[in-house]
Design a protein around this ligand. Structure first.
Ligand SMILES: [Zn+2]
Length: 461
């Protein structure tokens, strides 16, 4: 476990940018669910929130981080800081001394900005990650003058921490959905946002770049780089490997020189079911819950982005609308996902399916929430995350035991948006990269060694 990251004050504990709450027009809506129960600070009153521990344990702390004890006193970090490395340079690419941040994109999307890079942008670059958010913006970093741009794999807070309205450090390359979220949630100036369509090859600084579906959350992409000399590099970002990826022409045609791999669950103990199985299970539990008690309120916990399929599956199976607050609704509607958009409701009294911040999934909070909806008699809540994994349960969903107290029942369901161990293994064995760089859980030498051992075994077999 790595604790080199923490949640920025700019966002609430579920990853909703605070700016949404301020301009929502619905009375501070990102706190809409909690206002009625007197919660103002977003903590659950028991120390660290679930979201906090999620981010702390799942943060993508790349191997480019190194110890810097001088930083431990002033920031909530483990004393790591970003190693100033430029991947393009590491790959042996030379840029002209006066080269400015810019790009020429094949399909005509704007791609050039030549404002000087002056501050630590704290945005994930390909192959890099930022150790902390907070007051690290003032270091002088000559290497920034060589930066071509920034690649944002997806809109999860532990990947874009520090990105804000004032951004002026160069182009941000990301998928169209992520681009819309960066613009609408963080109000970043659109001249800095370069939207790259999935499965389309662009040329940036002479390098071919293609965004590939990452099977993680809406807008999430793996980033594929092809150099002039033919070498290729794949950065998975956060992803859930699946068979479908093996038929992608770029992945099936060449072994990457380096694979930057999301190793969130790179341990044989992480065996969880397919997402389809978890969705089926969740829908069945929801159905039987409503059958037993027709006045049941079904709650799905979710961060700002992700887990949409869980509540969409329940909505479709039970033919009910999905109530979400205005902040979330704005985010969901920006996906351009019609099946989801048409099922959204703005009135919690109209439908028995509500989506709440995952931090709301405690007995106390749900009880208070239920008190605000007198037409419901009980709550059946789902907490969908790979972190609810249990070694005993593994892939046997029937062994899941819900927790109940009074009128509240909470199910932890292992719906993961990261690869299981076996999915990682299959993906790596398929790709046969020359080198693998793990990007998660690398803060501990023993864990790093264990992962390298896994990689070696996979490549042998
Ligand atoms: Zn993510």
């Amino acid at each position: 476990m790595d604790d080199s990251s923490f949640i920025s004050n700019e966002l609430d504990e579920n990853g909703f940018p605070s700016c949404l709450a301020e301009d929502d027009g619905e009375g501070g809506d990102s706190c809409e669910e909690v206002d009625g129960v007197g919660i103002v600070d977003g903590s659950d009153g028991k120390g660290e929130s679930f979201a906090g521990s999620f981010y702390r344990s799942g943060t993508d702390c790349s191997s480019l981080l190194q110890k810097d004890p001088s930083l431990t006193d002033t920031r909530k970090s483990s004393g790591t800081r970003l190693v100033q490395a430029d991947l393009f340079k590491m790959w042996g690419l030379k840029r002209a001394a006066d080269s400015k941040a810019g790009a020429s994109l094949i399909n005509g999307t704007r791609g050039s900005d030549d404002r000087a890079l002056q501050k630590n942008p704290k945005l994930r670059r390909v192959g890099e990650d930022i150790a902390t958010s907070g007051n690290v913006a003032k270091r002088n970093c000559p290497f920034y003058k060589r930066i071509a741009g920034y690649f944002l794999s997806h809109f999860h807070h532990d990947h874009y921490g520090g990105l804000r309205k004032e951004w002026s450090h160069g182009p941000i390359y990301c998928t169209p959905i992520t681009a819309r979220l960066v613009k609408s949630c963080l109000a970043v100036d659109s001249i800095f946002i370069c939207s790259l369509e999935l499965d389309t090859e662009y040329t940036i600084e002479g390098i071919k770049v293609t965004m590939l579906e990452a099977n993680h959350c809406p807008g999430a992409a793996m980033i594929y780089f092809r150099l002039l000399d033919g070498r290729c590099y794949l950065h998975t970002g956060d992803f859930r490997a699946c068979r479908r990826m093996q038929s992608h022409p770029l992945l099936s045609s060449q072994h990457p020189s380096v694979l930057y791999l999301d190793t969130t669950y790179c341990d044989p103990k992480y065996r969880f079911p397919s997402r389809e199985d978890v969705l089926h299970y969740t829908v069945e539990i929801a159905k039987s819950g409503l059958k037993k008690q027709p006045k049941t309120l079904i709650v799905v916990g979710a961060y700002s982005i992700g887990k949409e399929n869980v509540y969409l599956a329940i909505s479709e199976a039970l033919s009910i609308q999905i109530y979400v607050n205005a902040s979330r609704r704005r985010i969901l509607q920006s996906y351009g996902w019609d099946e989801l958009s048409k099922r959204l409701s703005s009135d919690g009294h109209e439908t028995p399916l509500h989506v709440l911040p995952i931090s709301m999934l405690s007995f106390e909070r749900l009880k208070q929430y239920l008190d605000g909806y007198r037409q419901f008699a009980s709550v059946l809540a789902f907490r969908p995350t790979g972190w609810t994994y249990s070694e005993k349960i593994g892939e046997q969903l029937d062994l899941i035991k819900p927790k109940s107290k009074g009128r509240i029942t909470i199910y932890g369901v292992p719906y993961s948006e990261h690869s299981s161990y076996l999915e990682l293994k299959e993906f790596v064995q398929f790709l046969q990269p020359e080198k693998i760089i793990p990007t998660v859980n690398v803060g501990n030498a023993a864990t790093r060694d264990k992962m390298q051992k896994c990689f070696q075994d996979w490549m042998k077999s």
